[in-house]
Design a protein around this ligand. Structure first.
Ligand SMILES: *Cc1c(COP(=O)(O)O)cnc(C)c1O
Length: 357
């Protein structure tokens, strides 16, 4: 069987070393063995998040921690701002509404980065939070957080970010930037199976959570907090995914966080400049805000043909997301991706482009 190259946007390729780390006898989540895994994950993630705060391990995909952020930080009828930059931002807004929040959607053109100044003009006296997608996986564009963090730091507005497709590939400095809640998940840049998400709260967010009146049970922050001191979770976590994440974080720390971030950046830059040389379009409007973890390719009407033609050459990429699913597809550079993989996909695209034109 020919070797397949996976350049996906999640779940991503899982390196053999990580797969092998899961090959263990079953053990209890109340054992010392689990507590060590838990503690290793928390300490490594604190470095990736750029925080001294606790990072909680939540069983469920990324959306679970997004729900935990909303239900612990807000109360019925609270006003929040959600900059709409694509599919995942729209989902965050819809989730807020499902929990009875009042959502001001700040609409950006698809492919555009969210201008912090425009977001700040929407802040009103009763605004309780800004919920922003750090790395918009549907358009391949990231949003800068530092200006928002600095502007909101000494206000009562919480800055909450979905960095599910960012953490591990896109820089995060939660404490320095003044971000109040950061969310990540196992199956993106952390190169692991789905099943775990990760969330950290600033002191300001923790204070706010004491007033929150939204209904919650499984995702109650107070429960996670009381078990965290024992390096445990309130309920049974996805233990095998935890083993994988522990190993992935070992790999990231061995390579060095800065080197890992730099590799994501240089791979995506090589991919983008290769696409430009081939005359293949980018969906992102501003090259300075292209995501380092995935590139959204614009190919009017031809997206499915490209994805299928690449699959025939044993290169797997991700399709586009609505409403741009017919015109775009996405090449993941998240996780275990080497520059040779970038050259491989560019060579394949060169010949595919000739046959499609
Ligand atoms: C993958 C992803 C999510 C979460 O999806 P899950 O399937 O719940 O893990 C959320 N936001 C972004 C930006 C993503 O890329």
């Amino acid at each position: 069987m020919a070797k397949t190259t996976q350049l996906l946007c999640g779940p991503v390729y899982i390196p053999p070393r990580i797969l092998e780390s899961m090959f263990k006898d079953s053990f209890s989540h109340r054992s010392q063995q689990y507590e060590t895994v838990h503690s290793n994950i928390v300490h490594a993630l604190q470095q990736l998040f750029g925080t001294k705060e606790n990072v909680y391990i939540v069983t469920g995909s990324g959306t679970t921690s997004m729900e935990m952020a909303i239900t612990n930080c807000f109360s019925e009828g609270d006003s929040v701002i959600v900059p709409i930059t694509g599919n995942f931002a729209s989902q965050f807004a819809a989730m807020c509404e499902a929990f009875g929040l009042n959502v001001d959607r700040v609409q950006f053109d698809l492919g555009e980065t969210a201008d912090p100044q425009r977001i700040l003009t929407h802040i009103q006296d009763n605004t309780k939070g800004v919920l922003i997608t750090h790395n918009e996986s549907s358009t391949g564009v990231y949003n800068s957080l530092v200006e928002l963090g600095l502007a909101l730091k000494d206000t009562s507005v919480l800055l909450i970010t979905d960095s599910v497709s960012g953490i591990g590939g896109l820089e995060m400095k939660m404490d320095d930037w003044g971000v109040d809640v950061v969310i990540a998940a196992s199956q993106k840049c952390l190169m692991s199976p789905a099943g775990l998400s990760f969330i950290s709260f600033s002191q300001k967010a923790k204070e706010r959570s004491k007033q929150s009146n939204l209904r919650k049970y499984y995702l109650n922050l107070q429960d996670y907090e009381s078990f965290q001191s024992k390096n445990q979770t309130p309920r049974t976590p996805a233990i095998y995914t935890a083993l994988a994440v522990q190993e992935s974080l070992n790999m990231i720390l061995e390579e060095g966080i800065d080197n890992v971030l730099q590799r994501h950046k240089s791979n995506s830059i090589a991919l983008i400049s290769g696409l430009q040389d081939l005359g293949i379009g980018l969906f992102a409007k501003d090259i300075n805000f292209c995501s380092p973890t995935l590139t959204c390719v614009y190919c009017s009407g031809n997206a499915v043909s490209y994805v299928n033609a690449l699959a025939e050459k044993n290169i797997l990429v991700s399709g586009g997301l609505k409403p741009i699913n017919k015109d775009t597809f996405r090449i993941g550079t998240m996780g275990y991706v080497h520059i040779d993989d970038i050259h491989l996909v560019l060579n394949a695209l060169e010949s595919i482009k000739r046959t499609l034109n």
